[in-house]
Design a protein around this ligand. Structure first.
Ligand SMILES: [Zn+2]
Length: 217
């Protein structure tokens, strides 16, 4: 049976991935992380999305050590989320060090124990300045998961890190989501964590551009 475990933040990209997984896999699970993020409100949206999607299980994991790491605008309350665009060639201030390595390691543990052979992550081309969103990171993480997997060792089953949006733009993803019927009104993207969303941070603006693209398509 084809099974997938989807990293679900509550934002547009991971919601689209969840709906794509619903189309392409027989059993779909979701996993979300409470890592002390400024926009912790996203977890409320993740829970609702998981429920609407009808996942087998929605695992919510606490990742407390990020509370002791300083310098990232997403986890250090003294660092503000900027209004200006993120730089194109270096990690933005919103980078959370090794976030995807931590998340994939935890998801890998659940996948291994539950014998789920696909772990889905919604990273995409626009994310490139985040070091742990680059294709070489995804490939390396997959190698490490398989090298350490009981499932692989015992049953020769490979665990795939499924990142189908790697070469796509946010607009491409939104167009796909429109086809899949993703309820974008139930997603949340703002890095400032306000309700309603601030509408000013780069993540809010990127979201609005993508939604505008599908409205005018
Ligand atoms: Zn915002």
């Amino acid at each position: 049976m084809r099974k997938a475990l989807i990293l679900l933040s509550g934002g547009m990209d991971s919601a689209t991935l969840l709906w794509l997984a619903k189309r392409d896999f027989e059993k779909v699970f979701a996993i979300s992380f409470d890592y002390g993020q400024r926009h912790k409100v996203e977890l409320k949206y993740a829970r609702e999305l998981a429920e609407i999607a009808g996942v087998e299980d929605h695992i919510v994991v606490e990742v407390p050590h990020y509370r002791s790491i300083k310098g990232s605008a997403l986890i250090d309350e003294k660092v503000e989320v900027p209004s200006e665009d993120y730089p194109e060639d270096e990690p933005p201030i919103t980078t959370v060090p090794m976030r995807n390595l931590n998340f994939l390691a935890i998801a890998g543990a659940f996948a291994d124990a539950l014998e789920i052979e696909h772990i889905g992550i919604g990273v995409h081309a626009l994310d490139t300045p985040y070091p742990d969103c680059r294709p070489e990171f995804i490939t390396s993480a997959e190698s490490a998961i398989n090298a350490g997997s009981v499932l692989t060792a015992k049953k020769k089953v490979r665990i795939h890190v499924w990142a189908p949006f790697l070469g796509m733009t946010k607009r491409d993803i939104a167009m796909l989501g429109k086809e899949l019927g993703v309820p974008y009104d139930k997603t949340y993207s703002c890095y400032r964590g306000t309700e309603p969303p601030c509408g000013e941070c780069p993540t809010c603006r990127q979201r609005e551009e993508a939604l505008e693209a599908i409205r005018s398509a």
